[in-house]
Design a protein around this ligand. Structure first.
Ligand SMILES: [Zn+2]
Length: 246
């Protein structure tokens, strides 16, 4: 119990030191970290820690984001579904939810890695549906490198799972779910994510404000931002992995 509070506290202090998450975001991730560590065990928390550290590292690669500080909505959209899996696992003692936890965070990790390292690809990303080339960093695009990295992200989480329970079939399921979560994220991003245009500098942006002025919605739905896309992608992985594992 003591260590289950200590480890998330160290991670929260690290986040505070790195200044990459707003204060409310840090408090929420600290609480969710304690829940995952207490109810899911150290390996589950290790998986979360790896996602967290790789996310911070990959933010350094990604230069296209306007705002690199993560807020409470980003924490909710990325960690809530995974936390629910651990709570369900604890109260039902059903191992399916434990495996689903790794599937869900594999999806988050794969998407994070694909949208940062994937943008390093020399070839421009393409829109999954129209196969037209997109600008680097524009969401909804896929590159071969991004797809490959998505699979690697899934395999990293699958490998952590193997530490807790050695089961190769579940390793494969987690790896594939990470990959699918990332692809689903791109699909939803392409179809529904809100895109805006700055009326002053005419740049396309994901933000409602640009150049200190309100931007104009040119594509998608205003309530579907990147956080909503991530949340929907997590829910997608949650449901698909449940039907595969049950
Ligand atoms: Zn502008």
């Amino acid at each position: 119990m003591f260590l289950s509070v200590l480890f998330p506290s160290i991670l929260a202090l690290f986040a505070l030191y790195k200044n990459k998450i707003t204060n409310s975001g840090i408090i929420l991730s600290w609480l969710l970290g304690i829940i995952i560590c207490c109810l899911g065990g150290y390996t589950a928390f290790l998986a979360l820690t790896i996602v967290f550290i790789l996310t911070i590292l990959s933010d350094k690669i990604k230069s296209t984001r306007d705002d690199k500080t993560r807020n409470i909505m980003q924490i909710i959209s990325n960690v809530l579904t995974a936390s629910i899996c651990i709570v369900l696992f604890y109260f039902t003692s059903n191992n399916i939810f434990y495996i689903m936890y790794y599937c869900v965070i594999a999806g988050s990790l794969s998407d994070t890695l694909a949208s940062s390292i994937g943008t390093l690809s020399k070839s421009k990303p393409i829109n999954i549906f129209t196969l037209k080339k997109l600008k680097i960093g524009e969401s909804g695009g896929v590159s071969l490198l991004g797809l490959f990295i998505s699979l690697v992200g899934g395999m990293v989480m699958g490998s952590i799972y193997l530490i807790a329970q050695f089961n190769l079939m579940n390793f494969i399921i987690i790896s594939v779910m990470g990959f699918l979560g990332s692809v689903f994220d791109s699909v939803i991003g392409t179809l529904f994510e809100a895109k805006y245009k700055c009326l002053k500098c005419h740049k396309k942006t994901n933000n409602k404000i640009h150049c200190m002025k309100k931007t104009k919605l040119i594509k998608g739905y205003s309530f579907i931002d990147n956080n909503m896309v991530n949340l929907l992608s997590n829910i997608f992985v949650f449901l698909i992995s449940y039907f595969i594992l049950k």
